[in-house]
Write a protein that binds this ligand. Structure first.
Ligand code: HEM
Length: 441
C-alpha cells in the first residue's frame, strides 16, 4: 500500500507560521515585562503586574506557539485535515489580541480589558477545539493523540476558569482565594501546555533525534499519568481537598518521571550525534526537575503562607521555563520544516550551494547557537533570581529572554525569505516565467 504523505493533510504554511511568528513576539514581550516587573516578581509575586507578566508567557508566547504547532501536527498525527482553514485563521485573529489584552488589562488595572481579552481568548480556544476535533478524533493513533485530545480539553477548561475569574473581579461572585488561582494555573501549565508537550514529544523526539526505541511504554505512561493526574490535582486544589491534591500530584509526578525516562531512552537509542535541540530539551528537563521538587515542597512542607507563596511562584516560573526552552528548541526545527515544504512547493529545491534544499539552509547556525545561549542563561538567571529573591538577576533574565526571542525571530523569518529572494534574483531565469529555474542535477 502506498505510504501516506504525512504533510498531505496539513493547512497552508501561513497558518502555523503566523501563530509561531506571533509567539516569537510574545516571548520578547514576556522578557521585557519580566525585566520591567523584576522588583515586584521578587517581593509580591501575586501582584497584578506579575500576573500580567505570567500571562504574556503562558498566553502570548507559549499557548500561541503550541496552538500553532497543533494546527500543523494535529493533521499529521491524525492523518486528517482541520475542519476549516478559515476557522484556523479566525482562531489566530481572536486568540492573539486576547492573549495580549489580558496581560495589558492586568498591567494597567483595567478589568474591562482583562474581561474582553478573556472573552476573545476563550472564543478562540473553543474554535480551535472544534477545528482540531477532526484530526484529533482519529482512532487507533496511540497515546500521543489521546494526550493532545485531553490537552485541548484542558485548555478550554483553563480559559473558562480564567474568564470566570476575570468577571469575578468586578462582580465578586466568590472570593478569589489563592488555591482557586492555583487550580487554574496548574491546569493550564500541566494539563494544557505540559501535556501537549509530553504528547507531541513522543512523536517529535524520535523524528528529530532519529531514535529507534525498542518500545514506547514510558511515553505512554507519561501521557496517561499526566493526563489523568492534572484534572484530579485541579479539583484537589479547587475544593480544596488535601487527599485529591496529593493523589493528583502523585499521578502528575509519576507521569513527568516517565516523560524524563522516555527522554533518556530516546537519547540512548539515538542514531545521530548530539545537537542543539538536545541542549534545549535537556535544559528544559532540568527546569522540569526543579519545578517538580518545588511543587512537592510547596505542597507538603510545613512552611508559612509567605514561604509557600514564594515556593509556588518559583514552581510556576520553573514550569514556564521548562515549556519555554522546549518550545524555543523545537521551533528551530518546526519552522524550517514547514518553510522547507512551502519552498519546495514553490519549486525552490536547492540551496545557494546548489545542493538539495535542507532545513539547515533555512536557519543560520551561529544565530541558533546564540539564541540557545541567551535562552539557557536567561532560564538559569530567572530561576536563580526568583529563588534568591534578587531583583537585578531577574531583570537580567528578562533581558536575556527578550534578546533570545529577537534573535530567534530574525533567524527563523529571514532564512526562508532570503532563500526566496536569492532564488528569485538568480541571473539565469531565461525563460521569462518568473519562476526560479531548477539547478540541473
Ligand atoms: C482565557 C484565558 C485566561 C484568562 C482570562 C486568565 C485569567 C486569570 C485570572 C483572572 C487570574 C487570577 C488573578 C488573581 O489572582 O486575581 C489568573 C491567574 C493565573 N493564570 Fe490565567 N487566565 C487565562 C489563561 C491562562 C492559561 C492558559 C494559563 C497557563 C497555561 C494561565 C496561568 C495562570 C497563572 C499561572 C496564574 C497565577 C498568576 C500569579 O498568581 O502570579 N492562565 N488568570
Amino acid at each position: 500500500m502506498m505510504a501516506m504523505n504525512p504533510t498531505a493533510n496539513v493547512p497552508p504554511a501561513w497558518l502555523p507560521l503566523g501563530f509561531m511568528a506571533a509567539a516569537g513576539v510574545g516571548l520578547v514581550g514576556f522578557g521585557v515585562a519580566a525585566a520591567t516587573t523584576a522588583p515586584t516578581v521578587v517581593t509580591f509575586p501575586r501582584s497584578d503586574e506579575v500576573i500580567a507578566t505570567v500571562h504574556l508567557a503562558v498566553l502570548a508566547f507559549l499557548s500561541t506557539a503550541v496552538l500553532g504547532a497543533l494546527h500543523q501536527f494535529g493533521p499529521v498525527v491524525g492523518a486528517r485535515p482541520l475542519r476549516s482553514v478559515p476557522v484556523g485563521a479566525l482562531t489566530g485573529v481572536l486568540f492573539v489580541p486576547g492573549a495580549w489584552a489580558i496581560p495589558i488589562g492586568f498591567a494597567t488595572g483595567h478589568v474591562g480589558v482583562i474581561q474582553t481579552g478573556g472573552v476573545l481568548a476563550t472564543a478562540a480556544v473553543v474554535l480551535a477545539a472544534w477545528n482540531l476535533s477532526r484530526p484529533l478524533s482519529a482512532p487507533d493513533k496511540g497515546a500521543p493523540i489521546v494526550g493532545l485530545r485531553m490537552a485541548v480539553i484542558y485548555l478550554v477548561a483553563t480559559a473558562a476558569f480564567g474568564v470566570t475569574y476575570a468577571f469575578d473581579r468586578s462582580n465578586f461572585w466568590f472570593e478569589l482565594l489563592s488555591h482557586r488561582v492555583l487550580a487554574h494555573a496548574h491546569l493550564g501549565l500541566i494539563g494544557w501546555l505540559g501535556l501537549a508537550y509530553v504528547s507531541v514529544a513522543e512523536k517529535l523526539w524520535p523524528m528529530f533525534l532519529l531514535a529507534h526505541r525498542p518500545h514506547v511504554r514510558a511515553g505512554v505512561r507519561a501521557v496517561w499519568s499526566v493526563g489523568l493526574g492534572a484534572p484530579v490535582l485541579t479539583v484537589g486544589l479547587l475544593w480544596p481537598s488535601e487527599l485529591l491534591s496529593i493523589v493528583g500530584g502523585a499521578l502528575v509526578l509519576a507521569g513527568l518521571v516517565s516523560h524524563l525516562t522516555s527522554l533518556a531512552q530516546v537519547i540512548h537509542h539515538r542514531r545521530r550525534g548530539l545537537e542543539l535541540l538536545h541542549g534545549y530539551v535537556l535544559g528544559a528537563a532540568a527546569c522540569l526537575v526543579v519545578a517538580m521538587v518545588l511543587g512537592v515542597v510547596a505542597g507538603l512542607a510545613p512552611v508559612g503562607v509567605e514561604v509557600r507563596t514564594r515556593l509556588t511562584a518559583a514552581e510556576v516560573v520553573a514550569l514556564i521555563l521548562w515549556l519555554a526552552l522546549a518550545v524555543l528548541g523545537h521551533s528551530h526545527k518546526i519552522v524550517p520544516f514547514i518553510s522547507w515544504n512551502r519552498l519546495r512547493d514553490r519549486g525552490i529545491r536547492t540551496g545557494r550551494d546548489g545542493k538539495p534544499l535542507l532545513f539547515a539552509h533555512l536557519v543560520d547556525k551561529r544565530a541558533s547557537q546564540v539564541t540557545f545561549g541567551l535562552a539557557l542563561l536567561g532560564a538559569a538567571a530567572a530561576l536563580g533570581g526568583v529563588l534568591g529573591s534578587t531583583t537585578v538577576i531577574v531583570r537580567g533574565a528578562g533581558a536575556l529572554l527578550a534578546l533570545a526571542g529577537l534573535v530567534a525571530i530574525a533567524n527563523l523569518v529571514s532564512g526562508p525569505l532570503l532563500m526566496i529572494r536569492w532564488h528569485d534574483r538568480r541571473p539565469d531565469q531565461s525563460d521569462g516565467s518568473g519562476r526560479p529555474a531548477e539547478v540541473s542535477s
